[in-house]
Structures are given as C-alpha cells and as structure tokens.
Design a protein around this ligand. Sequence first.
Ligand code: C2E
Ligand code: MG
Ligand code: MG
Ligand code: MG
Length: 282
Amino acid sequence: EAKGQGKGRQVGYTAELDQRTAEQSRLAADLRTSLGTDQLHLLYQPIVSMPGGELYGVEALARWNHPDRGPVSPGVFIPAAERTGLIVPLGAWILEEACRQGAAWLYELGDASPRTVTVNVSARQLREAGFAHEVDAVLRRTGLPAHVLTVEITETAVFDGGAALAELKAIAALGVNIALDDFGTGHSSLSLLRTCPADILKVDKSFVDDITEGGQHAVVTAALIQICDGLRLRAVAEGVETAEQAAELHRLGYRYAQGYHYARPLPAERIPAYRPPLTVAV
Ligand code: C2E
Ligand code: MG
Ligand code: MG
Ligand code: MG
C-alpha cells in the first residue's frame, strides 16, 4: 500500500516535471522569435554614491513583454535562455544595446552621464570562445570607452572552470571593469578574490536586509566593506530599500548603493532626470 502510494507520487512528480519542461521549451521557443523585435528592451537602474544618492552608474536589466502573457520576469526567461543556449545571441544583443545607450549618454550628457554602464553576463556567454574579442568589437562599434563598461558576473560563473576565467582576464585586460554579483551567496566567495580580476563586489540584498533587521549576517555586511577596502575593490550594496539601511551602510563605510530606495529600474530616457531621494538627516 505504502509502495503503491510512493509510486503514485513519483508518477505525479514526473508528470509535473515533464509539464514544467514543456512549458519552459515553449517559453524558449517564444523567446527565440522575440529576438530582434520590440518585445525585448532594457531598463537601467541607477547605482548611486552615498550618502548623497547622486547618480554614479547604471545597471542594464533585460525585460521581455510576451505578446500573450505580458511581462515575463528575467528570473524566468534568463534561466530558460541559459538552458537552451539562446542566452548567447540574446546576451550579445543586450551587450550591444547597453553599450550603444552608454555611448549616447556620453555624447548627450558629457560629464553628467553615468560613469559606468553595468551589463549582466551569464556563465554560458563567458564560456563561448572569443567572448572577450566580441566585447572589444562591441566597444569599437558603439564607441563606448572600455573603462565605462562593467561586466557583472555571478561567483558561480567564474567558479565554472578555467575557460571562463581566461575570458574574464582578457576582458579585464581591455580596461573593462569586472563586478562580482550576489557576493557572499556562493560557495567560493573569498578564495575567488585571489584568482578573479574583480574591481567591484556587489553585496547581496540578503546581507543588506540583515543590517537593520538584527539578522545574523549583519556582521558579514560589516566585514565585507573592510575586505573591499583592503583589496581596493569598490563595494556596491544591493537591494537598499529604506533610508535606515542607507544610513547604516554609509556608517559602515559603504560608498555605493543600488535599490528601490533610490530608484527602480527605469527606461533609458528617464536616467538624465534622476535625482536623489529627499531624506531628512538622522
Ligand atoms: P541581479 O543582477 O542581481 O539584478 C538585481 C535585481 O534586483 C534586479 O531584478 C533588480 O530589479 C532587483 N532589485 C534592485 N533593487 C532592488 C530592491 O531594492 N529590492 C528588490 N526586492 N529588488 C531589487 P530583475 O531585473 O528582476 O533581474 C533579476 C535577475 O535576472 C538579475 O539579478 C540577473 O541575474 C538576471 N538578469 C536581468 N537582466 C539580465 C541580463 O540582461 N542578462 C543576464 N545574463 N541576466 C540578467
Ligand atoms: Mg547580476
Ligand atoms: Mg545585478
Ligand atoms: Mg545581485
């Protein structure tokens, strides 16, 4: 009887998995046809300097507006694109579009333009032979100076293997900045800093949340800024949602932040009008 039940559950589970896989391949097929259409666009979230909250840079974040389903979260379509390999052409478009926009801001705004344009790059893209060469080609085509671009990768992308690390080093050699995203949530964090040519550490939102909520990782948030200062890395606190978090991060020594407290991801044309939130001094 128990055996029968177990088997039934297993069948149900397998059917559910099949359904999810089918759902994902449908999504991936739709995503494939969206390439080169206006279903895809980029938003840009301000990265600010603290304590004032002035614009320092931006992070490009992909958006997909499905013709029937409406907006699909990048948390859903990016993993689907990674699994199918579609992230390679999709990522190439994202990189070129963000660099084109960065160069346009430089031309329009001069000194007031974002000092860095950050683009998320997947492990799969980094493993493609010649990716660094493509980054170089995109910079030349768009006219964006290499030092304005930041390539954002997750710890696991570099941990993935030697090929990714070699491409990353070649990208750094172009003068492009390297940011390690979701720092502290992976397995290799600290040892990675010795091998990876990182310029920027993005301290994960979960650590930021803890500092004003008395969470047990508040001490990690405090220690990470010391490590960054010691290794001459720029630390960016991610997911800052309140003035209290911003004040505490600044007190700990953080100088850069990103989060809804400052701004949500915005259409490119709204970046020039970005102004810091009005906060009462505490
Ligand atoms: P990520 O690189 O860690 O990007 C930060 C995510 O946190 C973004 O979610 C952003 O909208 C969100 N966020 C920023 N501030 C706050 C805040 O104060 N509170 C909260 N709750 N969230 C905040 P988004 O745009 O949904 O993207 C999710 C993830 O999808 C990204 O995480 C990144 O891993 C991936 N992704 C997005 N765009 C791209 C892309 O162009 N290429 C690749 N490869 N991945 C991308
Ligand atoms: Mg990222
Ligand atoms: Mg990010
Ligand atoms: Mg992150």
